[in-house]
Design a protein around this ligand. Sequence first.
Ligand code: UDP
Length: 324
Amino acid sequence: MRRPRAVVTGGAGFLGSHLCERLLREGYSVLCLDDLSTGSAANVAHLAEIGPFRLVRADVTDFVHVVGDVDAVLHFASPASPIDYLRMPIETLKVGSIGTLHTLGLAKEKRARYLLASTSEAYGDPQVHPQPESYWGHVNPVGPRGVYDEAKRFAEAMTMAYHRSQGVDTAIVRIFNTHGPRMRPDDGRAIPTFIRQALAGEPITVAGDGSQTRSIQYVDDLVEGVFRLLHADRHEPVNIGNPSEVSITELALLVRDLVGATSEIEYGPRPEDDPTVRRPDITLATDLLGWRPEVGLEDGLRRTIDWFRATLAASGPAAASRAV
Ligand code: UDP
């Protein structure tokens, strides 16, 4: 029997690289398309040992051309951390809009299952808590985060339009905050920043009064949810996230404890439109996919911290104290 083949855009990024690895372990051959603007070849250097894997440097907003059969297209390409998408606002809008158009076109041509990586940011600064998929969200389209939020909301609309009008077999995952190995220490998000600061004995920079909340999942749980959704018969969005909700101050203190550091907590300004609360309602994922997160917050953070410790030690003290 022919091996199934997946195209993963953004496959050299944090989530994409874990996803490529899982697909290879499940017997897929994987073509990874990445422009390496936030991902890196180092993230996927080990994958060719696991199975048939190819990395092609490509910007999916130019065009997407793939020779041969394709069974699944997973569109994970996008800057995803606030400092990345604020630095690359037009690229972020393009990959969510034109990139989604091109990858949907590929899925249509190949009659492949299509899976869009969407985001809890689609809910914006939510006025319903926790957030079920039926909630339409509360997004400021013209604020600085609008470039990411609206690109993903447009991507969801485009995906449903291809499903409804073109009969493409599509899926949408709304991904909540995720952490794990291969996050960039300088990507500016809370977890890599706090770990890097704690490991270097520097102050931990908490935005605002730190009472805003996030619900944090370990990358292995996310990948399991995405893999199940890829093989399910569902077209409407599905939340994948761990409902265990913490305030950002609690998160900073927990990271500091787990690292064994004595860093001060330094309170600073809160970014514009920073959501005040965030927690997934995962009833749908549990009912539909039999999915629930398996890795607890502390256990997951220990794993991520171990990886950062090893990686920053290998790259020297300069990397450990690099300013973001
Ligand atoms: N945050 C913080 N210090 C940092 C980076 C982020 O306090 O050095 C806050 C940020 O303002 C937000 C929360 O941590 O309230 C989570 O931010 P992150 O960028 O990790 O994810 P997102 O806002 O996309 O959920």
